[in-house]
Design a protein around this ligand. Structure first.
Ligand SMILES: Nc1ncnc2c1ncn2[C@@H]1O[C@H](COP(=O)(O)OP(=O)(O)OP(=O)(O)O)[C@@H](O)[C@H]1O
Ligand SMILES: [Mg+2]
Length: 238
């Protein structure tokens, strides 16, 4: 699914360069659940931005689903982002004037999905995160955990190959964090590929694999949980 080889990212290469990623080689299989850990400034968000085609590496290669994306132009990257990647951010990034339903419909609008189907797919994804009773609420009328559920629904609507989440529980209390992590766990059980940045050990514990960064380098790659064999049914959040 994801194959990065000897990837480097240097911000501001011509004045005060910051070497944010150093020779990072990372392979992620379809259906895996990977947590990214490391101190502040170690390159985690930079990695996610490159992985999510929001930014390009300075050198090295990046294949996403067998396609070389490291040399694509910005229009091509935007298409890849919209079709293949679902993003979840720490601060939810919902549009404040739009209802939950409209927020979830938005990526489908960019993808050119018809109105009826947009609504049907949005409602289905909102149902998966247990938020059908809040579809007409605006973000300011929702709790943080509810906003994050809506953001996850939005990330799911275009059936992405991969979900990228940068500290999705960073603004949430511990109980709400566990509820959100149960949603990610269920998505993993449905074979969605997930890469999630966190500072917390108990959040990383939901993943199958944890990669640790320091000073832009991948310093440790550990398997926490055995790979899934059969999808686990019932008893989950979604
Ligand atoms: N747009 C940018 N321009 C210049 N330097 C940047 C830029 N974005 C990040 N950096 C630098 O790159 C390094 C890695 O930053 P990054 O945001 O990837 O760290 P992080 O591991 O996500 O940290 P945190 O845990 O605080 O979110 C840092 O030294 C940061 O200052
Ligand atoms: Mg970060």
């Amino acid at each position: 699914m994801i194959k990065m080889e000897q990837m480097n990212k240097i911000y501001r290469p011509h004045s005060n360069p910051v070497h944010a990623l150093r020779d990072v080689s990372l392979h992620i299989e379809i259906g895996d659940f990977v947590a990214v850990m490391g101190p502040s400034g170690s390159g985690k968000s930079t990695l996610m931005n490159v992985m999510g085609c929001l930014d390009t590496p300075s050198s090295g290669a990046y294949w996403l689903g067998g396609v070389e994306v490291s040399s694509m132009n910005s229009d091509q990257l935007a298409t890849v982002r919209n079709r293949k990647i679902g993003f979840v951010f720490q601060n939810y990034n919902l549009l404040p004037r739009m209802t939950a339903l409209r927020n979830v419909e938005l990526p489908m609008l960019y993808a050119g999905v018809e109105k009826e189907e947009r609504k049907a797919r949005a409602l289905d994804c909102i149902d998966r995160v247990g938020m059908l009773d809040r579809i007409h609420h605006r973000p300011s009328e929702l709790s943080g955990g509810q906003c994050q559920r809506i953001a996850i629904a939005r990330a799911l609507v275009n059936n992405p190959d991969i979900i990228l989440a940068d500290e999705p529980t960073g603004n949430l209390d511990s109980i709400t964090s566990m509820e959100i992590m149960n949603i990610f766990r269920s998505l993993h059980q449905e074979h969605t590929t997930i890469v999630l940045v966190t500072h917390e050990e108990d959040i990383a514990a939901f993943a199958r694999r944890v990669v640790h960064f320091r000073d832009g380098q991948l310093i440790k790659d550990e398997i926490l949980n055995p790979p899934l064999t059969e999808p686990v049914k019932g008893g989950e959040d979604i």
